[in-house]
Ligand binder design. Structure first.
Ligand SMILES: Cc1cc2nc3c(=O)[nH]c(=O)nc-3n(C[C@H](O)[C@H](O)[C@H](O)COP(=O)(O)OP(=O)(O)OC[C@H]3O[C@@H](n4cnc5c(N)ncnc54)[C@H](O)[C@@H]3O)c2cc1C
Length: 369
């Protein structure tokens, strides 16, 4: 096994949280390595950004590049929630202009390249296998191109998203939400001239649909995993049956062709029992995951990444640092989110006798049976 360099900080995971932390830390002059298992080639979900992305990307020095990357500007959302009359949630009064529908793979990849340009060592196609804290530093075991390697670090940032961080307990889950997604290719300009994200509640959950850059589009059924049939063929039939119960989603999806097979994505709300510890911090989804209804995941991940980097840099890489302020900020934002989530789901009362909606109403804590 090759013994690798000792870094100030090693970041596990190259999603928006990990890459934002890497850019920010590398700019302080710290030696930083980031390990990402993919090459950003698989389909990623999480496509909508509110206008509040702009100040964050400006802080990372990435705003101009983002504007020129071919992402689609998005004037707002249309929601059909609580009754069958849709209402609009426009970004028109936002000081930062429009929102965005992004090509998620290219967005994540470009932040990873920006981390390299800032001076971080970014290792693509590098799977984190294990981590151990030994006598004031971390040892990180990874597999790259079939070969085991190890790194050492004074600080570790867990940015593994929904994957399990070997050093902590399993997350605490508040529901069993999943997204059953279909990506559409070669959608014609005619069919997709409405750039707003559409959200529509149905009996078994809710739908979101959006057009994406480069002639693509996505339609996703959000429901609880245990309500879905197990066999792929039955799943497809269930997805289509639910789509037929929509009024507005079906009207746009009917124009979208060349669909791929369905993908199921974990979308459970969860939190880690601790966000930091001895010389480590969790950021983004690795710390807490939000319902996609909030469309806050990416912005929260980037903002956590930047804040975690500042917390480590301002400790001057001292071993005795505590991250109390960072923990409290994350806890407070998660508490606000759970309250808002409850209020929003509570507004939909048309199917209160069904399992999906019953689980989300009248119970502030969203206990999952
Ligand atoms: C169906 C759905 C729709 C969503 N829609 C939106 C939306 O519209 N807007 C929005 O803002 N958010 C949305 N989200 C949430 C958003 O996608 C996440 O909050 C965001 O990706 C979190 O970023 P992250 O960097 O924390 O984690 P991730 O983006 O998950 O990044 C984690 C990274 O770690 C890597 N990794 C994992 N395990 C290992 C390992 N062992 N070794 C090395 N690397 C590893 C992964 O490859 C990945 O690159 C949605 C989520 C779902 C499920």
């Amino acid at each position: 096994m090759l013994e690798q360099k000792h870094y100030d900080v090693v970041i596990l995971g190259g999603g928006p949280a990990g890459t934002s932390a890497a850019i920010t830390l590398a700019r302080t002059g710290a030696s930083v390595a980031l390990c990402e298992r993919s090459r950003y080639q698989e389909n990623r979900v999480g496509e909508m950004l509110s206008p509040w992305i702009r100040p964050l990307l400006t802080q990372l020095g990435q705003w101009e590049q983002f504007r020129q990357a071919g992402h689609l500007s998005c004037p707002g959302m249309v929601c059909c929630w609580g009754n069958s009359q849709p209402y609009e949630n426009e970004f028109i009064f936002n000081p930062y202009g429009s929102g965005w529908q992004i090509d998620r793979n290219s967005f994540d990849r470009s932040l990873a390249l920006a981390a390299t340009e800032a001076g971080a060592n970014v290792f693509f196609h590098t799977l984190v296998v294990d981590v151990n804290y030994e006598e004031r530093f971390w040892k990180i075991l990874v597999r790259k191109d079939g070969e085991l390697r190890s790194f050492k670090a004074n600080f570790l940032i867990n940015a593994l998203g929904r994957s399990q961080f070997p050093h902590t307990k399993e997350k605490i889950y508040l529901d069993s939400l999943v997204g059953v997604a279909q990506f559409f290719q070669n959608v014609s300009d005619f069919a997709i001239d409405d750039r707003r994200t559409l959200i529509e509640a149905t009996e078994v959950g809710w739908w979101y649909s959006a057009q994406l850059p480069r002639g693509k589009a996505i339609a996703v059924l959000m429901t609880d995993r245990d309500l879905l049939p197990v066999k792929p063929k039955d799943l497809e039939a269930y997805w289509k049956k639910s789509l037929l119960t929509t009024i507005y989603t079906i009207a746009r999806v009917n124009f979208w062709h060349s669909a791929n097979k369905l993908h199921i994505y974990d979308a459970r709300t969860s939190y880690q029992d601790s966000f930091s510890g001895q010389q480590w911090l969790s950021v983004g989804d690795a710390a807490a995951t939000y319902d996609p209804l909030s469309a806050q995941g990416i912005i929260k991940a980037i903002s956590n990444g930047i804040n975690a980097a500042h917390a480590i840099a301002s400790s001057e890489f001292s071993h005795a640092v505590s991250f109390n302020d960072y923990n409290e900020a994350l806890l407070s934002s998660f508490a606000t989110y759970t309250t808002e989530r409850h209020l929003y789901y509570d507004r939909e009362r048309r199917w209160e006798h069904t399992s999906f909606w019953q689980r989300r109403q009248g119970n502030h804590k969203f206990l999952y049976a």
